[in-house]
Design a protein around this ligand. Structure first.
Ligand code: C5P
Length: 281
């Protein structure tokens, strides 16, 4: 049997850091939205009882990656004595703040659940996802959601944001692990996540634009001022809003019309190698 799962990228419409936890992580409140820039996971039965991984992305390590780790973890926990071949088709840039790695891991959980008839509950999938990374639980269902805690509390938002999204990934990456240690919880700019959730529920685009924000933006811009340059270019060319996603370095613009989105693409493609024009899912 062969199972194919789509793994969409995400943008943060809001990211608020509420405080530091005793386990070293941070309590977060975030609004995430899927966009139609997707990786794909293919899972196939193998005769031999091994995990075989392959990707069209040459930089991807064969074993030290989250797709392989998910398979290892599930195989061990459920004592699966069958082999699996996993293929990852990579379209989402890595180390970009677009949640590509987390989405691949979540898609692997869904794929193996089907391939191995595990009948996992949503809560089981959240728990397995959390063992891999804090953004994986959201990616199990993806779409538009309010995420809290370390990332394990996921509440879908019933909203209708339909927009063009221009994503620009600079030539450098930022690892989330280097951004969080720089946070001063007393000084960090806060974001009103509840109002973003309300704006989405009320389908109030103007209110959404006024309330959107990312607490990590100042920290990442201080490390890499180029991020601010992309934001400025996008705003100057008519974006409704331009904001960093996750811990960066990618910046996205929301545009109501395709004409606007095309202008934003043209304004950044000269100095950003990877630029994508996509839609919210
Ligand atoms: O869970 P994950 O490995 O994706 O997290 C990467 C890094 O992000 C952690 O090492 C931690 O520094 C930071 N983080 C955090 N609080 C969260 C999620 C992530 O401090 N809720």
């Amino acid at each position: 049997m062969t199972v194919i799962e789509r793994a969409p990228a995400k943008i943060n419409l809001g990211l608020d850091v509420m405080g530091k936890r005793t386990d070293g992580y941070h309590d977060l409140s975030m609004v995430m939205m899927s966009v139609d820039l997707c990786d794909y996971i293919t899972a196939e039965d193998l005769d031999e009882d091994i995990i075989q991984f392959e990707s069209d992305c040459p930089k991807m390590p064969i074993q030290n990656n989250d797709v392989y780790k998910v398979a290892q973890l599930i195989k061990k926990e459920f004592n699966i004595q069958r082999g699996v071949f996993l293929h990852l088709t990579k379209k989402i840039p890595v180390c970009a703040g677009m949640g590509g790695g987390s989405s691949d891991a979540a898609a692997t959980i869904r794929a193996l659940n089907t391939l191995w008839n595990l009948n996992l509950s949503y809560q089981d999938m959240i728990r397995i996802g959390m063992e891999i990374g804090s953004d994986v639980p959201y990616c199990i269902q993806a779409g538009c959601a309010h995420i809290r805690g370390k990332g394990e509390i996921v509440q879908p938002i019933v909203g209708h944001l339909s927009s063009w999204v221009v994503l620009a990934k600079p030539h450098f990456g930022i690892s989330t692990r280097t951004v969080f240690p720089s946070i001063d919880c007393q000084e960090i700019s806060r974001v009103d996540i509840e109002s973003i959730v309300k704006a989405l529920e009320e389908d109030d685009y103007q209110k959404l634009l006024r309330k959107m924000g990312n607490s990590l933006e100042d920290i990442s811009i201080a490390k890499k001022p180029f991020i601010q340059k992309i934001k400025d270019k996008m705003m100057q060319s008519g974006a409704d809003i331009a904001m960093m996603t996750g811990s960066g370095p990618s910046v996205f613009a929301l545009c109501k019309t395709e004409k606007q989105a095309n202008r934003v693409v043209n304004s950044v493609k000269g100095f950003c190698k990877e630029v994508y024009k996509v839609r919210t899912l």
